[in-house]
Design a protein. Structure first.
Length: 300
């Protein structure tokens, strides 16, 4: 999550006797420039968060980052410009709530302008969890699971489905004008990378197609040295045909060629996704929970 996304702006409605949130905005948090983001890496040591921040620092995932102080920050807030918010660091409980409200005001207008309503909020300890619950009581908890490719995954043969072909995502495919569903693939790439050019230079991916129609795709995300996450999707009309398994197997084989360890992050109740991951050889590494809500801004 290098490049920036969105614009500053937005305030939480002022309560009686409360100073304007815009006045507070000038002194509560400071947004880091790209070259300063590595200052918060220490706060994001959990497995799923380390994957994220390493990719951000290397310029392969878009994110904006705020801290309480620029020299030795104690608190950090990250937003990927889309649906993910990350809260981390150590400070008093009341201060956490105040900073979180400030942060929501800071990104609020940009999120509204982008028509983003659903958010996943990631936290690093119980105190941040409490701050989210008290600030956004309508959000609910959901369990997620991080899996890594197991020792058997790299050696698996890519299955064959006669009417479908596996193709790498490269500049030639990207420039094609007669491939159906290519726009969906490019939308996913642009959502997880600072730019399409950055993906073509530092990422990789697989599509499964039948003639001129892409049916399924698997792309590298959160890429840094020796590791990456996986984004995978099958077009609804092609589901339940084994195409996700075909794409994921080919993707893991490509990871092996590049000496990259692949990670699969999924909702714990997404049984279809987990079945595919297990078929390809992924094994559970870490379980965690996030706060999830579809209409975050309506709660103020």
């Amino acid at each position: 999550m290098g490049g920036g996304a969105g614009t500053n702006g937005g305030t939480i409605p002022k309560q009686p006797g409360e100073k304007s949130a815009r006045v507070k905005k000038r002194k509560m948090l400071r947004e880091l420039a790209y070259g300063e983001i590595e200052r918060v890496e220490q706060f994001l040591s959990l497995p799923h968060l380390s994957l994220l921040i390493r990719a951000v620092i290397r310029g392969n995932s878009p994110a904006r980052v705020w801290v309480d102080t620029e020299v030795r920050p104690r608190v950090a807030f990250l937003w990927d410009g889309r649906h993910c918010i990350y809260l981390t660091g150590d400070t008093e409980s009341a201060t956490r709530r105040e900073l979180f409200r400030w942060f929501l005001a800071e990104i609020g207008q940009a999120a509204k302008d982008a028509r983003i309503s659903g958010f996943k909020v990631y936290v690093t300890d119980p105190e941040w969890e409490r701050a989210v619950q008290e600030t956004l009581p309508a959000m609910r908890k959901r369990q997620r699971i991080l899996l890594g490719v197991g020792p058997n995954g790299r050696n698996r043969q890519t299955p064959s489905l006669d009417e479908f072909q596996v193709q790498s995502i490269d500049r030639t495919l990207v420039k094609s004008r007669d491939v159906q569903n290519l726009d969906l693939v490019l939308d996913e790439i642009r959502g997880g990378w600072p730019s399409l050019d950055r993906f073509l230079a530092h990422g990789f991916g697989i599509v499964v197609r039948r003639d001129d129609t892409i049916a399924c795709w698997c792309t590298a995300e959160y890429v840094s040295e020796g590791q990456c996450g996986i984004g995978i999707e099958t077009v609804p009309t092609f589901q339940n045909r084994g195409l996700a398994t075909l794409a994921a197997t080919a993707f893991v084989a490509e990871c092996a060629k590049r000496q990259v360890t692949a990670y699969w992050d999924s909702w714990q109740d997404n049984h279809a996704s987990l079945r595919v991951a297990e078929k390809v050889g992924f094994e559970a590494l870490y379980r965690y929970q996030v706060h999830f809500g579809s209409e975050l801004w309506s709660q103020f």
